[in-house]
Design a protein around this ligand. Sequence first.
Ligand code: SF4
Ligand code: FES
Length: 248
Amino acid sequence: MSERQEFLLDGEEVPFIPGQTVLQAALSAGRYIPHLCYHPEFKPHGSCKVCTVKSGGRTHASCTLPARAGLEVDSATEEMNQLRRTLVQMLFAEGNHFCPSCEKSGNCALQALGYDLGLTHAGFRHFFPDRPVDASHPSLLLDFNRCILCELCVRASAEVDGKNIFSLSGRGIGKHLIVNAASGRLADTGIAATDKSVAVCPVGVILKKRVGFAVPIGKRRYDERPISAQALEDAPRPPAATAIQETQ
Ligand code: SF4
Ligand code: FES
């Protein structure tokens, strides 16, 4: 067995496998660090910054910070949580997140994270983007005004589905999701409702038609457990990490 290595997260030892990031090691060890654009099946993206931690007097995105023996990391502090609240508020203000009428309500990572962080309001003036909804596809609907630019659909479509259906285009606040078809319409792509790119969207952009509001309130993904518990349940437990924990 490889030599045991660990770093300190909020003063407690977290074992890691060389090559893991701080976020990956923490989640595998059952320690939650809030995050949005990270997904255990994809390479870290580093765009949402919600996973920010403090180490060596500086802030770092823990999803891209390599775990190192002896590293001292602070995450569950009021300073970091306040920063995360501001970032999530910015995302809420930037898009049209009218949760009471959104089919993803209760199953949405942005909303669940807002609840977990105790957010009560967006805190910024709303941008009210006005991008047309794409309802051209027989089984899927796109509401671009809820996109948080995590690029999970882009990555899933390219790397898992092998279809390259989505891209991000534009710069700065004009950056937005596009459909890779000459017409720009989803109906003119080879997307299927069973594609990984459809399943992976953490918010209410890529929606299946005719199944909205099917799950009763109380039974939705984040009704039953908060996003912190859900993320730990979804985290991979590499056999080596389990072995390290068992030797403790
Ligand atoms: S559509 Fe969904 S998965 Fe794709 S970039 Fe936007 S929020 Fe992320
Ligand atoms: S989860 Fe690390 S930047 Fe989004």
